[in-house]
Design a protein around this ligand. Structure first.
Ligand code: ADP
Ligand code: MG
Length: 262
């Protein structure tokens, strides 16, 4: 299977400090990739590099065989803490329609195909009943579904999401989780970041990050007790409680909890 993203020894800095050190990784086509690691380990930085929003200090990164900036038109993304300006009232349908703007341009007429794509995205995220509501007045989970719908409305072959499930209500988390698992059937490659080991185990491919990419491969290859100890520190593994699964004691990391359980 072809790789849609290939990072070779990439280094990314933020404010003059290394945020992601020499990292190599790949992302197989039409599959689900989870990027997992502790807080501040460089997960968001890695995604920002893939979207071309952060430049590389060194190394090479190819997205769909091109530079990240050139490939961006084919990459739909939902970043962390996306929001709309509450001072600019926008409806759910308007925000989702913005997913078509890269192609349409603001003044172009909305064609049938665009309208269809927008309607389909609203339905997939189960927000068609909210279409005329103000986005700023929705709950966090509803709003997250709006941003995922906006990304889906865009023509894309890679869907990239930064912590799409963190802190959501069960209904929103399930709806977005369904999208993650349906996208490969539409020929799309999905990459998302998470703090949740179970979400990572359910993916096809895992990138484990801790200041740099520690391991990259199938969940079985990557989520070994050894690798997890490298990424999270030995102190986080409790051998006396271990069933050999390498489970992490989430008491040490307040973010290491499944959103549905919080
Ligand atoms: P994660 O998403 O895994 O929590 P990040 O990629 O956000 O990690 O952070 C990696 C490193 O980059 C951390 O050291 C963090 O402090 C730093 N960093 C993150 N965002 C910024 C920013 N906007 N400006 C400067 N440094 C940042
Ligand atoms: Mg992050």
């Amino acid at each position: 299977m072809r790789d849609v993203i290939v990072g070779d020894e990439i280094v990314v800095t933020r404010d003059g400090k290394v945020a992601l050190d020499r990292s190599s990784f790949r992302l197989p086509e039409a599959s689900i990739t989870a990027v997992i690691g502790p807080n501040g380990s460089g997960k968001s930085t890695l995604l920002h590099a893939v979207t071309g929003l952060l430049p590389l200090e060194s190394g090479t990164l190819r997205v769909l065989g091109q530079s990240p900036a050139v490939a961006r038109k084919d990459v739909a993304y939902v970043l962390q803490h996306m929001n709309v300006n509450p001072g600019v009232p926008m409806t759910v349908r308007e925000v989702v329609s913005m997913g078509r703007y890269p192609r349409l341009g603001l003044l172009s007429p909305v064609r049938n195909r665009d309208r269809q794509q927008i309607q389909e995205s609203l339905e997939l995220l189960r927000i068609d009943d909210l279409a005329d509501r103000q986005v700023s007045k929705l709950s966090g989970g509803q709003r997250q579904r709006v941003f995922v719908a906006q990304a889906l409305a865009q023509d894309h072959s890679i869907l990239l999401m930064d912590e799409p499930l963190t802190g959501l209500d069960i209904h929103s988390a399930h709806t977005i989780d369904d999208i993650i698992h349906e996208e490969p059937a539409r020929g799309c490659s999905v990459v998302f970041t998470t703090h949740d080991l179970e979400e990572a185990r359910a993916a096809d491919h895992v990138i484990l990050v801790s200041g740099h990419v520690v391991a990259d491969g199938s969940p079985e290859e990557v989520l070994t007790p050894d690798n997890l100890a490298k990424a999270y520190g030995l102190g986080l593994l409790h051998p006396e409680n271990s069933d050999g699964s390498g489970m992490i004691d989430d008491a040490h990391d307040p973010h290491f909890a499944h959103p549905n359980e919080s």
